[in-house]
Design a protein around this ligand. Structure first.
Ligand code: PDD
Length: 321
């Protein structure tokens, strides 16, 4: 058994058709995920509600997963219903095992690699993808982080030019996250050719004169599932949104900067490279979008509960009939 240093629990995970404890989940060293970083991943939040769990914006996560797989020529091993069922099985196994409380926020991590083959760069024929699913508790940012905002540093974006693919080849992102950690910062905000791209594992937003701006969708950023969500929330909140290139100097003169991701939701950035952003406090656009985000979660939870009640009453009717 291999101990994984910072995994205090031993969740039940899915690997290639089986549910096993994480400590017993093994992949051959010739897996192309290990040898080449040849694979795709997804990270989706699972929020608890009174009668189960909502995989928040899951349809969008599954669509992005399908797009990423398609872009690197791996056949999607499941359809959407198959993925939902699989995640539900992993959640149920962890709740039964007491590794995950029913009232705990969780995160679903899904990874598909091209599979195991003799080492050779081009795609080998006839191999089976490796499929891995892990569900672990999610600790969302706390109220203090939201009230004070977070510190970020900046760096040049030196990653490859297929950032729209959610690839497990994350060395460029890892180096940027490490740079933030070494500078006691939450995230590294990157610029390519003087224009804002994104964080090491998040999207970045700028507010100027009440308008919210983000770099346009392109191969230079990963289109976060929160990208589309926040875009929708701006119209609900009456905030003007514009997707356009943002120059480094503009970001440094922003009234507000926001960071978004599945694990962080939306957070205010109040310090950039040691200087205050705007007045150095979380702003009104952050406050409006954070509140709208929480309403979106509540709405999806309510819809999920209603759908579940519908299924339950239908099956009662069938039993009665
Ligand atoms: N990262 N850009 C990059 C490079 C990311 O890795 C992420 C997410 C995002 C935001 O996407 P979303 O809103 O769908 O979380 C943008 C995840 C959380 C991760 O790698 O753990």
């Amino acid at each position: 058994m291999t101990a994984v240093s910072d995994v205090s629990l031993d969740p039940i995970v899915y690997l290639n058709g089986e549910l096993v404890p994480l400590s017993e989940a093994h992949v051959p060293v010739l897996d192309r995920g290990f040898i080449f970083g040849d694979g795709i991943y997804e990270v989706a939040p699972l929020y608890p509600h009174a009668s189960g769990r909502t995989a928040f914006r899951f349809r969008h996560h599954l669509a992005r997963l399908a797009r990423s797989l398609d872009k690197i020529g791996i056949v999607n091993p499941f359809d959407d219903a198959g993925w939902r069922e699989l995640i539900e099985r992993v959640v149920a196994a962890n709740e039964a095992d007491a590794g995950l409380r029913a009232d705990q926020d969780a995160i679903a991590y899904v990874q598909i690699t091209r599979g195991v083959a003799k080492r050779g760069h081009a795609f080998p024929a006839g191999i089976q993808p490796t499929v891995f699913v892990m569900v672990t508790p999610l600790n969302l940012p706390d109220a203090a982080q939201r009230a004070q905002g977070v510190r970020c540093v900046t760096a040049e974006d030196r990653r490859w030019l297929n950032c729209d693919i959610k690839s497990v080849s994350l060395l460029g992102n890892v180096l940027m996250a490490q740079y933030a950690a070494e500078n006691d910062s939450f995230e590294t905000i990157q610029f390519r050719d003087g224009m804002l791209t994104e964080g090491s594992s998040s999207n970045i937003w700028m507010v100027k004169n009440g308008v919210l701006y983000a770099p346009p969708r392109s191969h230079k950023i990963l289109e976060g599932i929160r990208y589309g969500l926040i875009e929708e929330l701006t119209s609900e909140c009456g905030i003007r949104f514009e997707a356009r290139e943002i120059a480094e100097a503009e970001l440094r003169a922003a009234d507000e900067i926001l960071v978004s991701s599945a694990t962080k939701e939306v957070l205010p950035v109040t310090q950039l490279d040691g200087r205050p952003v705007g007045n150095g406090k979380p702003g009104a656009v952050f406050a409006a979008l954070y509140a709208a985000y929480q309403r979106a979660k509540a709405k999806e939870a309510q819809q999920a509960q209603q759908a579940q009640q519908g299924v339950e009453s239908e099956s009662r009717e069938r039993v009665i009939a």
